[in-house]
Design a protein around this ligand. Structure first.
Ligand code: NOJ
Length: 720
């Protein structure tokens, strides 16, 4: 924790000019940081570097471990692994001379099409909050400040810089705010505000949510940073509680790009949808000084901003260059960090494998070591690192699907692309001021020698014991997907291969839910999200059963038309720049339960290669239920035990049928039985009443314990 007297003494030595320099970003002389605070050398305040996040470190011009997409980390339901990933990212940030990581992203997945779902965690607030807290705890254990983002209701990329999320208080409190609250409770150092508006007010001007709720009610004592070019004002933002403007300087070339485009005509230059005005910078520079002079912003506000920023610089040991909180055993050398070490490669691989969800399996998996395998798909020669945008991480080491299977298989391996390559899409291609040479696109380079043919794919499938088809979507920050269908001719490819070989396994790489129209015609389906650099290794480890596919869905998979935001522009993408959250708390599984619609795959779903039997659950105290779980298979396996709570029948009829209240992952050897203890999160028992605030209706609640939101194995009743 920050030492208040120490910070007070440093603050007292600073001139107003120096204080102003600390609340506004500047140009990084080294050019590696995403955001840079220049520090005040004379006062012993070193520069402070902020870097993207959240799939690894995106320091400009540097390579780093490319971890799986955040949604894969969430699919592990493994908080210890999330913490280990966070610690590894923290050590890599240190090795690359950074001080704060712009991660994790904890926005609730409301829209299945959202282009950034891969950077987020879950459709459920208890789950998102727990995984986010695990990541934060890990990042900060390595003396790097975590930045939870994007506060709040940034649930779509379409019109993200202008759209207003029209959302009622109950829905905000029960769904969209809790993951941020969990981050604050985990001690997060920084919160990044979202680009969008909420109920008409830009988040960077939102005094009620930033000042009153985040800082006041929740007691957040770190700093609040704008999203990049996300400040909309000086006075309102400062008074709302914003502490730091980023990046604080216009993007190189942005003004010229805006000018040259308008040179011939007299209309105003329009930034592409989803791209903020990158010339807008310096609102916390001179305009802030003027606002303080004019009495529009209290002088004490500037001191508070600086105190909060210095508090985190000090907390992570930068003021005296002594990193204090890194734990022995977690960090080899906290002040030097660690980059692309074997243990980081192993963590990236473990998350990718453990986050893999076995959606369906008729028994073809795990594969026999000696099976002849046809590896098919338009991108089998490149790893699926992530989606496009600020999270793009360039790895030092990566494994393609073909390489992963070739090194694991003891049978013959043949390959075929089948259909044209799916190209990555990237935010960087949308920026009017980024030249082609600067693009950091993760797509495979040379495609000239590809001559994909469906016939080749069918021939390869016919002569193999098993056909493994790798398919993918392509998503990016700043754009939503148009459809939940796989892009290109991939559905056609899967159907043709499935017709040629009854042992067809499909490995899906997607940033969120996708439609799988051929799923009943194939023998097995795995969802691997964006697996990152470990791609082929993680795929092979699961396909051959070296690792149990213990991932569970953090989002419901359903036909596009069945989601609550389908078919109504009002709910998505919005009308007149307002998107109405009319469905209230009924998103994800809460919606499918309420509408009594069977999803394709429910929240929490995922098979194992093992099989588990549940005994009778019992409540051991107010907050804990215990349930015996036995692995009845002849192989080890990992089970994610989930607890959902149903409100008493006397309670407000408008409550979700069930809400996740706890989960615990357990590794069990063949025949092993363990009693698993689950801690019940109060959030699921509470409802937010606009008049009286948080309310727990008294009565008997049913806690359902099982394998998914739709696979209950035992129940226990608890009174509140
Ligand atoms: C905008 C993105 O919304 C945010 O997540 C990211 O950290 C910043 N750009 C900096 O790249």
């Amino acid at each position: 924790m920050a030492d208040d007297d120490h910070i007070g003494a440093v603050l007292a030595r600073l001139s107003r000019e120096q204080k102003l320099a600390l609340v506004r970003g500047a140009t990084d002389p080294e050019g590696t940081a995403t955001g840079y605070i220049s520090g005040v050398e004379a006062a012993g305040i070193p520069p402070f570097r902020l870097v993207d996040g959240p799939l690894g470190i995106r320091a400009e011009g540097q390579r780093a471990t490319a971890f799986p997409a955040s949604i894969a980390t969430a699919a592990t339901f493994d908080l210890d692994l999330a913490r280990r990933q966070g610690a590894a990212m923290g050590r890599e940030a240190t090795a690359l001379d950074q001080d704060a990581l712009l991660a994790p992203g904890v926005n609730i997945i409301r829209i299945p099409h959202c282009g950034r779902n891969f950077e987020y965690l879950s459709e459920d607030p208890v789950h998102a909050g727990a995984v986010g807290a695990g990541l934060i705890d890990g990042i900060q254990s390595a003396d790097i400040a975590a930045t939870v983002k994007h506060f709040v209701a940034n649930n779509q990329e379409t019109h993200r810089t202008t759209v207003s999320a029209e959302v009622d208080e109950r829905t905000l409190r029960e769904l969209y705010l809790p993951p941020f609250r969990a981050a604050v409770d985990a001690g997060v150092g920084s919160v990044m505000t979202a680009y969008n508006r909420v109920n008409g007010t830009h988040m960077s001007d939102h005094e009620r949510l930033v000042g009153d709720v985040l800082k006041g009610e929740w007691g957040f004592d770190g700093y609040v940073v704008s999203d990049w070019y996300g400040l909309e004002s000086t006075v309102d933002a400062a008074n709302a509680g914003m502490d730091l403007e980023m990046p604080g300087v216009a993007a190189p070339g942005a003004a010229e790009a805006a000018d040259s485009d308008t040179a011939d005509g007299d209309e105003e230059f329009e930034w592409p949808d989803g791209i903020p005005d990158a010339t807008r910078a310096g609102l916390f520079g001179d305009p802030l000084a003027d606002a303080i002079d004019g009495g529009e912003v209290p002088a004490g506000r500037l001191d508070d901003m600086v105190r909060r920023i210095l508090g985190q610089i000090d907390r992570f040991g930068r003021l005296d260059s002594n990193r204090t909180t890194a734990e022995a055993g977690e960090s080899s050398d906290a002040s030097v960090g660690e980059l692309d070490s074997q243990r980081h490669r192993d963590i990236a691989s473990a998350v990718a494998a453990r986050g893999t969800v076995l959606l369906d399996n008729d028994g073809v998996l795990p594969l026999d070591d000696g099976a002849d395998v046809a590896v098919i798909g338009p991108n089998i020669d490149e790893p699926k690192l992530g989606g496009g945008g600020s999270s793009e991480t360039t790895p030092i080491h990566s494994v393609t699907p073909v390489d992963g299977i070739e090194s694991r298989s003891e049978g013959a391996v043949t390959t075929a692309f089948g259909v044209p390559q799916i190209e990555s899409v990237s935010l960087f291609d949308l920026l009017p001021f980024v030249g082609e040479d600067d693009e950091t696109d993760g797509a495979a380079g040379d495609t000239a020698d590809r001559e994909p043919s469906l016939d080749d794919a069918v021939t390869a499938a016919e002569s193999a014991d098993v056909a493994v088809v790798f398919v993918r979507d392509a998503t990016t920050e700043a754009r939503d997907r148009d459809s939940l269908a796989l892009p290109g001719q991939q559905d056609e490819l899967v159907s043709a291969v499935a017709a040629a070989n009854e042992n067809t396994v499909v490995v899906v790489r997607s940033g969120g839910p996708v439609e799988l129209p051929w799923r009943e015609d194939v023998a097995a389906v795995l969802e691997q999200w964006y697996p990152g650099q470990a791609d082929g290794d993680a795929a092979a480890a699961v396909l051959y059963g070296d690792r149990d596919p213990s991932g569970r869905l953090p989002v419901t998979f359903a036909p596009e038309s069945e989601y609550p935001t389908a078919g109504t522009e009002r709910r998505y993408p919005g009308v007149d720049d307002e998107v109405h959250y009319d469905e209230g708390v009924f998103i994800g599984y809460r919606h499918f339960d309420d509408a009594d619609v069977d999803p394709t795959y429910p929240f929490g779903h995922g098979h194992s290669y093992a099989a588990f039997e549940y005994g009778d659950a019992e409540a051991t105290d107010e907050q804990t239920v215990a349930v015996p779980v036995e692995n009845v298979a002849d192989r080890p396996g990992r089970e994610v035990v989930q607890a959902y709570v149903r409100p008493p029948s006397t309670a407000d009829a408008d409550r979700p049928e069930r809400e996740l209240t706890g989960f615990e992952a357990v590794q069990l050897d063949a025949g092993e039985r363990q009693t698993v203890e689950l801690t019940l999160d109060d959030l699921a028992f509470s409802r937010y009443d606009t008049d009286s605030g948080w309310t727990v209706d008294s009565g008997t609640y049913t806690v359902e314990i099982g394998r998914s939101s739709r696979d209950v194995r035992t129940t226990v009743r608890v009174d509140r």
